[in-house]
Design a protein. Sequence first.
Length: 378
Amino acid sequence: MSNLEFSVPCLFGLEGLAGDELRRMDAQNVRVENGRVLFSGGVREMAKANLCLRTGERVLLVLADFRATTFEELFQGVVRTNLEDFIPKDGSFPVKGHCLNSQLMSVPDCQAIIKKAACKRLGEKYGVSWLPETGAKYQLQFSIMNDRVQLYLDTSGSGLHKRGYRAVGNDAPLRETLAAAMVQLTHYRGRDFIWDPFCGSGTIPIEAALIARNRAPGMNRRFAAEAFSWVEPAIWGDVRTEAKDKEFHGKYQILGSDNDPKCISLSIANARKAGVGDCICFRDGDATKMDLPAQEGCLICNPPYGQRMLEQQSAQRLYQALGRHLKYADGWKKYIITSEPEFEHYFGRRADKKRKLYNGMIKCDYYMYTDNQRKKSR
């Protein structure tokens, strides 16, 4: 199976980064679209994408792509799909998906139709009237948008943002894929001093350490396709060994700080689970008062947003205090994500660049202060 088509859904704003990652993995025919990246390849490329992608949410094998405006067209489209190439006789194949701007808008009805059609196709191919579904799980997913049906097989299982190091987070955890993207957008390569003054559960420093060490983010977890009957187990071993051989083992300057001691303890535990505990220093500290940890470096943070009125006012005061504290931090580049539309006003300085990103369902801006103030004043 060397000529397969894959789709990688992404958080909005991260598609270009995911596309660049796949190109560096030598994936073929990479195409960036809104909300996803498509690429072609075989089983090895699928395994490598699952193991090594930092900014993609999962790797879906494209099984079918057809138009349907009625349940009959949906049923027949699935019946025509060669599901038997991927789902064995005893495979379990639950169905889930979503519909948007289409004639077919009832997700439960579409699930039932697709399940019925899959049973018909597989039953006929295997010569049985009943499928036991006692074997490995082959999760079918569908997307119906603008009357276009796309049917997928999920090769990832849990979303790729679940690296395996963060069993529990703090009250407002940052998704790992977004944290990795924030670090990548600074062009960090392991040489700068990295500081996250609102580290929470440690996600940004941990993702920075994984990038610095060139450690595959999926090294500590399993994937659904590892149980697929048509995927050779040796492929996963080869891909993991190859990724391990590409790791770096230098000394890095990465600091995470927070004014909540519980967050520091949690961050330390998470970093150890991720295998980068020796790369990061965590300590208590108020971001608006603590001394800068170095003469120059790169500050990356996800400060509190404040989604309710009183919380928003508190967040705005925090941004003012942070701006005053960092006003003369000339040697530091600053990268700050927030949903506050007037952040620049409260921080006291316009960003050199902004980029729209989504933290879950929250629309945010990533404010990039890349030129120090002393240069600007000359």
